[in-house]
Design a protein around this ligand. Structure first.
Ligand code: NAP
Length: 516
């Protein structure tokens, strides 16, 4: 057994490593080192916690083996572009773990296990962990569903997505009924069962919008807090605790399911912050300093990221959480918008590039899907050899996760000084000869500026429409994440180059080489 003094020194060291790790993660150049530092901190914290004593190792070993297996298979199998939804899902597990730890601490209190007296701090922390953890768990599942694009009507489901969607919905409903049965359908157990069936049905439903959803959110928020007060006054009533968790789960689903496509980056950052807060609350439940510190760091950095994302989308957090966004009946019909679309070929673009002096490449989600970043680097090098200035315009929410484009372009060794933030590049877009939009859509959609009724109204965009000529590379005229048509495609000075992002760039490189 390790003395608590040594344990706390080790926790302090781990906390310092977490902070240095976070600092490192702030810049692509130091990110790998930062990640390693934080991982070392986590290793120290875990080993020291295991050495405190009174631990049954066989359960931990079973958990570690199962977790490592799932994590390794997922990390190896899941495509790079599906990484955001995987991170979202795993993030939710953090919230779920907090709920379970808080619940088991309550059980230990009821059994009067040594060191488990329910003082006020422990009781408040337990309900906080239960509510925030459950909101995070169910909210993250919904965020995962939206990112994987199976919680909306128009997308086709892959088998694994169907298994997760319907399997999870069934599990939640069956769990609720089983709980009611075990508790002999007492009034409280009926409450848990109804909450679980409601969550299951919402998750099952293909529609992502309900009338009066904001009123429901407020109602479930109040109910969760009221139940939390009852648990604090009567911590021996476990059913009440699970009812509170169920109600918070419905709240998590409602909060996330109504959020429009384009606002998802904000929600991901917010849920990340919630998982940290749930962990910090759990730290108070089990009196673990390093959990309190690590949870607070995740909570605080998540809130900072949420704020940055809100600014990038030009929205307030209340607007994101309570404004229902997405295509509406007022959204113009794609057929009307795309009447004057002109398409082009690699040879024609190569000819235009012959006389260009300044080219800006605007990458988006399609570059990630087609893994075109290396081909794009080769194109940029080729153009630079021909004395053309090449820059990359980076929109803060391009792709599917914060920093998605920066990560991909860094992977292809594109120098950081060529990556220009939206605010820096926009004022000079009118001096750009050719803007090449590679698999980006929402982040260059001018309706954000022109149509106040549009789901992306007010979101700052990269002003590609101001370039002398723009070329959009994508496979078809289908919409982006926000689900709305893009009038840029039909603009006077725009040409569509249809095809897979990587193949289109490789063909363009070949055409440029041929033309010289
Ligand atoms: P987008 O609006 O989602 O559009 C991506 C485009 O890529 C699609 O229109 C698609 O058109 C094209 N595409 C897909 N596969 C392709 C391929 N293999 N080759 C070429 N093109 C391909 O993407 P965005 O402009 O990057 O905007 C990001 C959107 O996601 C925003 O609405 C943002 O709010 C949201 N979002 C961002 C984050 C984040 O943190 N960054 C998180 C969640 C959501 P085709 O099918 O016609 O090819």
């Amino acid at each position: 057994m390790l003395s608590m003094n040594y344990v706390n020194y080790a926790y302090l060291l781990a906390a310092v490593l977490f902070i240095l790790g976070l600092k490192g993660l702030a810049h692509p150049r130091t990110a790998v080192r930062g990640n390693r530092m934080a991982a070392l901190g986590m290793l120290i914290a875990t080993v020291v916690t295991l050495l405190i004593g009174n631990i049954e190792f066989h359960y931990i070993i079973i958990g570690v083996v199962i977790g490592a297996l799932i994590g390794t298979v997922a990390a190896m199998k899941v495509a790079m572009t599906a990484m955001p939804e995987m991170v979202g899902l795993f993030n939710g597990f953090g919230g779920g773990a907090s709920v379970l730890v808080a619940g088991s601490a309550l059980v230990a209190t009821m059994l009067h296990a040594a060191g488990h007296e329910a003082d006020t701090q422990m009781k408040i922390a337990t309900v906080a962990s239960g509510i925030i953890g459950s909101v995070t768990f169910f909210g993250s599942y919904v965020a995962f569903g939206k990112l994987a694009e199976f919680l909306a009507v128009r997308w086709k489901l892959y088998t694994w997505q169907k298994i997760i969607k319907y399997g999870f919905s069934l599990m939640v409903m069956a769990g609720g009924v089983w709980f009611g049965y075990v508790e002999e359908f007492s009034p409280m157990a009926i409450g848990v069962t109804i909450s679980a069936i409601l969550i299951g049905l919402i998750l099952w439903s293909p529609k992502d919008r309900f009338p009066g959803i904001n009123a429901l959110k407020i109602l479930f928020g109040i109910a969760a807090v009221a139940l939390a007060v009852l648990v604090v006054f009567n911590p021996e009533d476990l059913t009440m605790f699970w009812l509170m968790v169920g109600v918070a789960g419905v709240l998590g689903v409602l909060l996330t399911i109504s959020i429009g496509g384009a606002d998802m980056p904000v929600v991901i950052a917010l849920l990340n912050s919630y998982s940290g807060l749930a962990a910090a609350a759990t730290g108070f439940v089990i009196n673990n300093n390093v959990l309190i510190i690590a949870g607070s760091l995740v909570g605080a950095s998540g809130i900072i990221l949420t704020n940055i994302m809100c600014k990038a989308m030009n929205r307030s957090l209340t607007n994101v959480l309570f404004g229902v966004m997405g295509p509406t009946s007022d959204t113009p019909d794609a057929d009307d918008v795309y009447k004057t679309v002109k398409s082009t070929s690699a040879d024609e673009i190569a000819m235009m590039l012959d006389t260009a002096q300044r080219v800006v490449i605007v990458p988006g989600y399609g570059m990630a899907v087609s893994q075109a970043q290396h081909a794009v680097r080769d194109l940029a090098n080729l153009l630079e050899e021909r004395d053309i200035t090449v820059e990359f315009a980076i929109h803060p929410v391009a792709g599917r996760m914060p920093g998605h484009m920066n990560v991909l372009l860094a992977e292809a060794n594109i120098p950081y000084d060529k990556l220009k933030e939206m605010d820096e590049i926009n004022p000079t877009m009118n001096t750009v000869d050719i803007a090449i939009v590679l698999g980006a859509n929402d982040v260059v959609n001018p309706v954000a500026k022109t149509d106040p009724g549009s789901p992306i109204a007010g979101m700052p965009i990269i002003d590609v429409d101001k370039a002398r000529t723009s070329v959009v590379i994508k496979r078809s005229l289908s919409p982006g994440f926000a689900g709305i048509p893009n009038p840029l495609f039909a603009a006077e000075n725009n040409l569509m180059y249809f095809g897979d992002g990587k193949k289109a760039i490789l063909d363009l490189i070949a055409a440029i080489k041929e033309s010289s």
